[in-house]
Design a protein around this ligand. Structure first.
Ligand SMILES: C[S@@+](CC[C@H](N)C(=O)[O-])C[C@H]1O[C@@H](n2cnc3c(N)ncnc32)[C@H](O)[C@@H]1O
Length: 292
């Protein structure tokens, strides 16, 4: 079906849920988010059978220019050349900016949290990335947005929702798994750095996702986590003389030793990803492997 026809049909029946926000984006801003996703769950991106035949990777709220959608399409198709990629924008001008770049497996549609997928064609999403979108909403709107998105994602699919700095050097994201019951189970909170900024935990505070940014108060788990990480970073400060990466890794180990559920595998820490289990402090799983 033609893009314009889909957009028209969808607009008649369903108003996009959400509101247009600032459209600032940048080339390569979300490169490390794609890389994380491929390390975290490549089989989800690769799968082309059963309900996953034709299932989309969705870039929700791609912004004023379609950079991030096109870059993800190229990057993720190295793993799955048939992957269909859908850029969704609530602002029609931004949809128009993306559409010239459409091809048979890449499309740009007008939509909101109620994703513009065509039910008659059994379209579903395998993963949704929403970056720098919810940050501009009220905290109270996050749960409803998540709940709506769950209806459009296949069981076992992922939502990665977070906030980055303008160039994507640092970001923090929630990773949630779609359950059989159209709900989400939070799996991890990820802190990402390309080591161009100090590995000081404080640099991540301004890019905490919406559900955490206003929760930096005594008694809140995110506050406890950040305070413990700052203490771990202080304790391991001498490692910094070997570089930001070395300090990041050492602080992560110290944070784990103090009781946080950090995945200590080198595949994460060596690449600048601090992967924290949710909840942050359940102590049952201390047998996390230390290398790979
Ligand atoms: C700051 S830009 C982020 C662009 C890109 N994701 C990035 O990180 O560089 C946020 C975009 O999200 C769009 N947006 C906000 N709410 C939305 C919604 N409910 N559905 C789709 N797009 C939305 C806005 O129109 C805006 O263009």
């Amino acid at each position: 079906m033609e893009v314009a026809t889909i957009n028209r049909a969808w607009r008649r029946t369903r108003r996009p849920q959400g509101q247009p926000t600032r459209g600032k984006t940048a080339a390569n801003r979300l490169r490390r988010v794609d890389n994380f996703l491929l390390l975290y769950d490549a089989p989800l991106i690769r799968r082309n059978n059963g309900p996953y035949v034709g299932a989309f990777f969705v870039d929700l709220g791609y912004g004023a220019e379609p950079f991030t959608t096109l870059e993800s399409a190229a990057r993720l198709r190295r793993t799955n050349p048939q992957l269909r990629v859908l850029g969704v924008e609530i602002d029609p001008v931004r949809v128009a900016a993306g559409q010239p770049y459409s091809d048979p497996v890449t499309c740009f549609r007008l939509g909101g949290f109620n994703l513009p997928l065509v039910a008659a064609q059994n379209e579903r999403a395998r993963a949704v990335r929403a970056f720098n979108v919810l940050r501009q909403y009220d905290e109270g709107e996050v749960a409803a947005a998540y709940a709506e998105l769950a209806h459009h994602v296949l069981p076992g699919g992922l939502l990665i929702e977070g906030t980055s700095d303008p160039r994507g050097r640092i970001w923090v994201a929630n990773v949630l798994r779609r359950q059989a019951t159209a709900t989400w189970a939070a799996e991890v909170l990820v802190f990402s750095t390309n080591f161009r900024l100090p590995s000081d935990p404080a640099v991540f505070q301004p890019v905490l996702p919406k559900n955490y940014i206003h929760r930096m108060a005594i008694g809140e788990p995110i506050h406890t986590l950040m305070e413990m990480w700052k203490a771990a970073a202080q304790q391991t400060l001498p490692e910094r003389s070997w570089g930001e990466r070395r300090w990041f890794v050492a602080a992560a180990h110290a944070l784990y030793a103090s009781g946080a559920r950090i995945d200590l595998r080198r595949r994460w820490l060596g690449r600048g990803y601090l992967v924290v289990g949710v909840p942050f402090f359940a102590m049952a799983e201390r047998n996390v492997p230390t290398s790979r």
